[in-house]
Design a protein around this ligand. Structure first.
Ligand SMILES: [Zn+2]
Length: 353
């Protein structure tokens, strides 16, 4: 990964985008695509779509969701403490002790998320799993009026966005899901375009609201009307303690992009991905899933009269926590794999299985 691409990834990671509040990240996406796409549009749902060479026979769509899980301000009590609802699927245990930012109309407001100290928990409370309603955000307000002077019901909240590089090209951040996938599709688009005239029409969508029901892929897929689409998202790495490979598969950081097989994935797309990987000596891992995917690949496949769909995933440890960990090499190779796939789409192609 070159230094410019790395810097762009870190900007994505450190810019807030809870579902429904994605436009700060979409601004970065528009800037980025403005330099390599023929057109960049934002639809009324908030998806950003870049397009190149739109007149060609085969219409290819890349999709990565730009939204991240977050929180939304629900209630301010008399003492100025804030109760929140989740945006997307949090494990409340992951939030205790988190530093957070409330993105208010007047700017970012720092806070901390906490609950009653362990010394003060009753025996019964110690046995229970904490729920979101047992936690609160403290912004240092002195009372309700002081808090409401800066925070409004409906403001979104993120857990500290700072990305942290670890050893061996690995990196931790709160929303690798799916900023890393978004980076992969944007970078694949840029690399495919930079390599010379495209054989196909290429679209890339930075989709919104994946985390609350795969919604942006539905609207953007309908608009693009592709023949073939590939979603890029994260998947569970199983190379850490307590995860059963027999139940969850064998997926590791640093072993390359994960190419998924199963009913949600077109066998023709899978074959082409594996052929592109072999041709360009890109190591890949196979993943299996017997159901509709809980990501953008699902609505893309059933768009209009059906789309030949693929799913390429980046292995991610500690999904939906404040410390998701990926390998930057895996992301880099995923972008190479998708660019190679795109550049192999000559003429009209029969995608029927
Ligand atoms: Zn995701």
């Amino acid at each position: 990964m070159d230094s410019q691409a790395r810097e762009f990834l870190f900007r994505l990671l450190e810019t807030p985008s809870p579902s429904g509040y994605e436009q700060p990240v979409q601004t970065l996406v528009r800037d980025y695509l403005g330099r390599c796409a023929d057109s960049v549009t934002t639809d009324s749902h908030g998806n950003v779509i870049g397009a190149k060479n739109t007149g060609a026979a085969t219409r290819m769509m890349l999709a990565g969701h730009c939204d991240q899980i977050g929180l939304i301000v629900q209630y301010v009590d008399g003492d100025g403490y804030i109760s929140v609802q989740p945006i997307g699927g949090w494990d409340p245990i992951q939030l205790i002790g988190a530093r957070v930012t409330i993105w208010s109309a007047t700017g970012p407001v720092p806070g901390v998320m906490s609950r009653k100290p362990i010394h003060l928990l009753t025996d019964e409370e110690r046995k229970q799993v904490p729920k979101m309603k047992d936690l609160w955000i403290d912004i240092g307000a002195t009372d309700k009026a002081d808090c409401e002077g800066v925070v409004r019901v409906g403001d979104c909240v993120t857990v500290e966005l700072r990305a942290q590089e670890l050893r061996n090209g690995r990196c931790a951040a709160v929303a690798m899901d799916d900023k890393i996938g978004l980076w992969v599709v944007l970078e694949a688009f840029r690399r495919a375009v930079a390599a010379g005239p495209l054989p196909c029409a290429l679209f890339v969508a930075s989709t919104v609201q994946e985390e609350i029901g795969l919604r942006g892929a539905q609207t953007s897929g309908h608009a693009v009307d592709p023949h073939v689409a590939i979603a890029v998202d994260v998947t569970h790495a199983t190379d850490c303690p307590t995860i059963d490979k027999k139940a969850e598969g064998d997926i590791a950081l640093g072993r390359g992009p994960v190419v998924y097989r199963g009913p949600n994935m077109s066998p023709r797309v899978v074959d082409r991905l594996l052929a592109a990987a072999a041709k360009h000596s890109i190591p890949v891992q196979l993943g299996a899933s017997g159901r509709a995917q809980p990501n953008d690949a699902n609505p893309l496949q059933t768009t209009r009269s059906g789309v030949a769909t693929g799913l390429v995933s980046v292995a991610n440890r500690y999904m939906h926590s404040a410390v998701e960990v990926v390998s930057l090499d895996d992301a880099d190779r995923s972008a190479d794999l998708l660019a190679a796939f795109v550049r192999g789409l000559e003429g009209a192609i029969d995608w029927a299985p």
